[in-house]
Design a protein around this ligand. Structure first.
Ligand code: MOS
Length: 703
């Protein structure tokens, strides 16, 4: 939060087309793996074929004899890394296997084909140990993590929930579950590593598909004991991430190990879609018990949300599933908890709206159940319980417009035509409507720096401004929207801004995560532009340059900064097959100032489609015998196709939140997914009278 002077907007709020559009649609945008580099070599990883145990021997003789094979890396002879504290990243530093699919070696060869053939020839012997991958909420060994992502309290307890529940005339006590789900960006996780220079002063260059080039640099420099300035990460274009590219993963380390062995040659590594299911993070499965109590007028008297989820035995990641429940509705008695099962499974990580997405699914379905129990319209129930200030911190809201979103959405969606549950039959279809609230914190991460330079062409004539910051564009429209912010901050035409991002050669930028990117980088750009004008005036000489970070955030009043939204869905359920169709979805959001309506709409709708996907399709089916996800490809891991997404629209209350940052923006990358799965599931209940509490809502659960 900042009290910095608001930005006067001119370009912000308009919808220039994506600056990166032409290079992307013509296939000339270089993604990580595609950078044209001289004489590259290729890595084929070897993955553990057991769930838990130890590699006792690796025979690489046949592989090494193959023409074109340069090296085989094993846990016994791979280069050592300096910091092995993070077991996910300590690749090939031990002979132990902690989950199926973990890296146990790699082949480096002249071509990807030879590398793959050689990998098949490496003979790996294991000592097999017993394993435990069974996720359940009834385990005796569930434990309480230190904190949940990133630093929230694990548990909260206010008032007397048990007494309030016992006294409440209306209660809901329901358990919901969400499955393991996998981030599946279009572009898989890829990187190219190049290790050059003398042993005592090496230089590492990484072309990576990442949401944060500087974060990758910091992590890899630490792992390999290199000063930051000896590592450069380049990442101009990224084909989606959804959180899985928010931090480096084991494949980055494997590529660097291979580059170290093949020093001087660019080493290319692209995970296959199937490999991503073990190695790039995933959303933990959850079991969530919701208990709500309300008085006769529908006012909440108790809210209790208890979450069980899993982590890997080698690394803790606790998704903040119940955190949104802490601030969502007014109630004097509120309790939340998170418990983890540590299993022999791959390491979970961020996936779009970690915490809010599964937590608001359960919480907003429970609100729907409460509305039904009280006989109160679900929109009204939410309005009745809208808190005047943040129930958790007591802080005033910087702008909570949830009820306006709900009412505007209800009007536009035709909510008054919603039937009684299970009563609207049209031939072989039952039809219904559902609603859910949405929320996401307005994150701002400090630490970004931007550089502005007056450009000159060869003749010395001034040619706009170079704006440099190591930010990332995952395909979200950052390139365009951040250029709009820069143009307004410099008070110059949009086309005079030449934004350069995605490279640690540019000033440091925080990660594109938590929907914080534009808030954080935009604040730095505004700050740098103001400093540039102060220093160089309105007719700066070519080459005039200023680099600075964010203005002081001191002295501002302390507000609770969150975005809100209302999600509406209409469904049709086939009474013979159980098939669910979603003919209409509408989201009405309040997310501060919308910088570029064109790209914002696509972010909102993309999130809502991912929520539809969560509601009906996505489920990583984990086999406890073999310890891996059996449906590890797009043939079997289902996501919506165009024919599943029908009339879907997103709109917003365009209200700058000037407590958030100089732009008044609050971030939009994640709120679209929050609540959308609940809206669909609630609509399924309204259509059929069947309450499916375990996602995804597949036909078998409706017959
Ligand atoms: Mo998002 S899951 O915070 O990249």
């Amino acid at each position: 939060m900042t009290t910095a002077k608001p930005l006067d907007v001119r370009s912000v709020g308009t919808s220039p087309e994506r600056l990166d559009g032409p290079v992307k649609v013509t296939g000339t945008a270089p993604y990580a793996w595609e950078h044209p580099l001289r004489a590259p070599v290729f890595v084929q990883p070897l993955q553990a074929a057991v769930v838990r145990g130890r590699v006792t021997a690796m025979d690489a003789r046949e592989a090494l004899a193959l023409d074109g094979v340069l090296a085989v890396l094993t846990p016994f002879d791979a280069p050592r890394i300096v910091d092995t504290g993070d077991a996910e990243m300590a690749v090939l530093q031990s002979d132990e296997v902690a989950f199926r699919g973990q890296f146990v070696g790699a082949v480096v060869a002249q071509t990807p084909e030879v590398a793959r053939q050689a990998a098949d020839l490496v003979d790996v012997e294991y000592e097999v140990w017993p394993h435990d991958t069974e996720f359940s909420a009834d385990r005796p060994d569930l434990y309480r993590p230190e904190a949940v992502n990133p630093t929230y309290d694990t548990d909260t307890d206010d008032g007397d929930v048990d007494a309030a529940l016992a006294a409440a005339p209306f209660t809901v006590d329901a358990t919901y579950s969400t499955p393991m789900e996998h981030n599946n960006p279009m572009e898989p996780h890829t990187c190219v590593a190049l290790w050059e220079g003398p042993d005592d002063e090496p230089q590492l260059t990484l072309y990576d598909s990442t949401q944060g080039a500087h974060a990758v640099r910091t992590t890899l420099a630490g792992l390999f004991g290199l000063p930051g300035d000896r590592v450069r990460v380049i990442s101009p274009h990224v084909g989606g991430g959804f959180g899985s590219k928010g931090m480096p993963h084991a494949h980055n380390v494997l590529a660097v190990l291979a580059a170290r062995v093949c020093a001087g040659r660019p080493v290319k590594l692209a995970l296959t879609r199937q490999q991503m299911f073990s190695l790039a993070g995933y959303r933990t499965p959850t079991v969530q018990r919701l208990r709500l109590g309300a008085d006769t007028r529908g006012r909440l008297t108790a809210v209790c949300h208890d979450v069980v989820e899993q982590t890997s035995r080698i690394k803790e990641f606790a998704e903040q599933t119940a955190v949104a429940t802490r601030m969502m509705y007014a109630s004097d008695n509120r309790r939340t908890s998170h418990r983890l099962a540590a299993l022999d499974v791959p390491v979970p990580s961020w996936m779009r709206a970690p915490g809010e997405a599964p937590g608001m699914y359960a919480g907003e379905c429970a609100m729907d159940e409460l509305a039904h129990a009280c006989g109160i319209d679900p929109v009204e129930l939410r309005a009745i319980n809208d808190p005047e200030s943040d129930p958790e911190t007591g802080r005033p809201w910087s702008g909570r417009h949830l009820v306006r979103c709900l009412r505007a959405g209800a009007e536009r969606f035709g909510w008054d035509r919603r039937p009684e549950p299970g009563t609207r039959r049209e031939g072989h279809w039952l039809a219904g409507m559902g609603v859910a609230s949405s929320t996401y914190p307005g994150y701002y991460f400090p630490g970004s720096v931007a550089e502005i330079e007056r450009r000159a062409d060869v003749g010395g004539r001034a040619d706009g401004y170079a704006v440099r910051i190591g930010a990332a564009d995952l395909g979200t429209g950052t390139w365009t929207a951040l250029s709009q912010i820069a143009a307004d901050a410099l008070d110059c035409p949009f086309d005079e801004v030449h934004l350069e991002i995605g490279d640690t050669a540019f000033p440091s930028a925080t990660v594109a995560g938590g929907s914080s990117g534009l808030n954080s980088w935009g604040s730095a750009v505004v700050s740098a532009a103001r400093a540039f004008r102060d220093e160089h005036g309105w007719e700066p000489a070519p080459g005039a340059r200023t680099r600075t970070g964010v203005e002081s955030a001191d002295g501002g009043p302390d507000y609770a900064v969150h975005s809100f939204g209302a999600q509406f869905a209409e469904v049709r359920v086939n009474t013979d097959t159980g098939e669910v169709r979603v003919p209409r979805m509408l989201g009405v959001f309040s997310a501060g100032r919308i910088v570029n309506p064109r790209t914002a709409r696509s972010q909102f709708i993309g999130g809502m489609v991912m929520g539809l996907s969560m509601a009906l399709f996505e489920e990583s089916v984990f086999d406890n015998g073999t310890g891996h996800v059996v449906n590890h490809d797009f043939a079997q891991y289902h996501v919506p196709s165009c024919s599943d997404v029908l009339d879907i629209d997103a709109t917003w209350l365009d209200e700058p939140d000037m407590q958030a940052n100089p732009m008044g923006s609050k971030g939009i990358g994640e709120i679209g997914i929050v609540g959308s799965a609940a809206a669909v599931a609630n609509a399924v209940f309204n259509a059929t009278g069947i309450r499916v509490r375990d996602l995804p809502v597949t036909p078998d659960k409706l017959l």
